[in-house]
Design a protein around this ligand. Sequence first.
Ligand SMILES: [Zn+2]
Length: 265
Amino acid sequence: MWKKVIVFAAVLSVLYACSKVAVTGRSQLSLVSNGEIIPMADKEYAEVIKKGPLSTNQEQIQMVKRVGVKIQKAVEQYMAQKGASSELAGFAWEFNLIDDPKMVNAWCMPGGKVAFYTGIMPICKDETGVAVVMGHEVAHAIANHGRERMSQQMIAQYGLSTVGALMGQNPTAGKELLMQAVGAGTNVGMLKFSREHESEADHIGLIFMAMAGYDPAAAPTFWQRMGQGGGSEPPEFLSTHPSHGTRIKDLQGWIPEAMKYYKKQ
Ligand SMILES: [Zn+2]
């Protein structure tokens, strides 16, 4: 009897543990709160930065930081307009460039800590290209995709519905799950962002870059360059994500909406 009650309670807690994504309004599973995940993310980020090595290319470092701060301001403005500033509680933004020319990747932790790898800079080509990637990565964090993926994996892999239980049982697995959930994992079993998450980050990212003063029409050309790059797929952008053709078509469809934010500048 009690066992049934406990199972029923667990199911209920999962059913009700939902939140809504900013901008798109999609409902998502949310067993992990920002209060729980941000301190973990900050700790893991500090480890990554300590290990580095950080780039010494001042021009590129300054570009990443400049774009980062502009996107941060755009996000703060957007959330304030939506009456959702409280969702940024605990955010302590940081933007760093790690020296790894072979790593075509970038990611943003829950809480606003961003890492770019030097390998993605030639594909970005210029500051607007950096803004395409920055907008996309920050959008994953604002849409709480890391939190959602961690929630899904906690249930799927471990049958657990709280971070406390996971960290109590297997702290190493908990940390690895977090890194994979934000696209920062380096292991072979790397989780892929779903097509839904990638599309959502593309859409939201376009609005953030436009609000930050960068022309959203540059986004499709960035993805064209990424498609031409060939070679190994970058971890954060691994498909199941939309094919480059679909992605570019979708982006073009969202540009008129993003232009409204861009023209206001
Ligand atoms: Zn992505």
